[in-house]
Design a protein around this ligand. Structure first.
Ligand SMILES: NC(=O)c1ccc[n+]([C@@H]2O[C@H](COP(=O)([O-])OP(=O)(O)OC[C@H]3O[C@@H](n4cnc5c(N)ncnc54)[C@H](OP(=O)(O)O)[C@@H]3O)[C@@H](O)[C@H]2O)c1
Length: 196
């Protein structure tokens, strides 16, 4: 059995950690080509979400929808991804939607806006998550704990329900890529709860 780790965020199960992409998962592999599909990536304007958007463009995705809360960052990311799709030469379309992944009204508005445009999402990437420095629950405080619940549990559940209930999606296969926090046994609470 693997030894426990000192770092509460580290895993003692995954022995090989990749920091760069490698041929076995290359986005350009024919079986991974996403032409004709639409992906929605929450928090796709920066960091991991933005990198995921770039990978889908490399895989010839037809439409990428990215969300974020800051309009300026959203516009910048859409412009950059649009240039990338144009350079790739497959006519991928990039849509930016200002939306807070933890706010119910904002989530409803996002899915309503997509429905109005006739956009049906095939792949949902729930990238937004909130993490805390491991601390006892009451040191974190109710505000922080509850915000974590809304970002890590309520928001993802809300997105997932809208995704599965899309009108007109019919029998189209759906791919759901949630953040790790969604399936955590302590999903409703920060990892800090596990500390003494
Ligand atoms: N699941 C895991 O195991 C794991 C591991 C590492 C990181 N993460 C999480 O993965 C996400 C990406 O990490 P990163 O390093 O790429 O972070 P980053 O560079 O700070 O990017 C975060 C992205 O998410 C957006 N965002 C943050 N909160 C949001 C919200 N409530 N609603 C909508 N968009 C939101 C940001 O835009 P705005 O600020 O403009 O909204 C930005 O586009 C983070 O949420 C991080 O906590 C998860």
């Amino acid at each position: 059995m693997a030894e426990p780790t000192q770092n509460p965020f580290a895993t003692n199960v995954t022995r090989t950690v990749h920091r760069t992409s490698y041929p076995a998962i290359a986005a350009t592999r024919p079986e991974l080509i996403q032409a004709g599909k639409t992906v929605l990536i929450t928090g796709g304007t920066a960091g991991i979400g933005f990198a995921i958007a770039k990978a889908f463009i490399a895989a010839s995705i037809s439409t990428v929808v990215i969300t974020g809360r800051r309009q300026e960052q959203l516009a910048k990311a859409v412009a950059s991804l649009t240039d990338l799709a144009a350079a790739a030469g497959h006519g991928g379309k990039i849509i930016g939607e200002r939306s807070d992944a933890a706010d119910p009204a904002s989530i409803d508005a996002l899915w309503a806006s997509l429905a109005e445009r006739g956009v049906i999402v095939d792949v949902l990437v729930l990238n937004v998550a909130k993490f805390a420095t491991p601390k006892p629950l009451f040191e974190l405080g109710i505000e922080h704990v509850w915000e974590s619940f809304e970002v890590n549990v309520r928001g993802p559940l809300h997105h997932a329900e809208r995704f599965y209930k899309q009108v007109g999606a019919g029998g189209r296969p759906k791919v759901f890529l949630p953040t790790r926090a969604f399936f955590s046994p302590v999903a409703a609470l920060p990892l800090a709860l596990l500390s003494p």
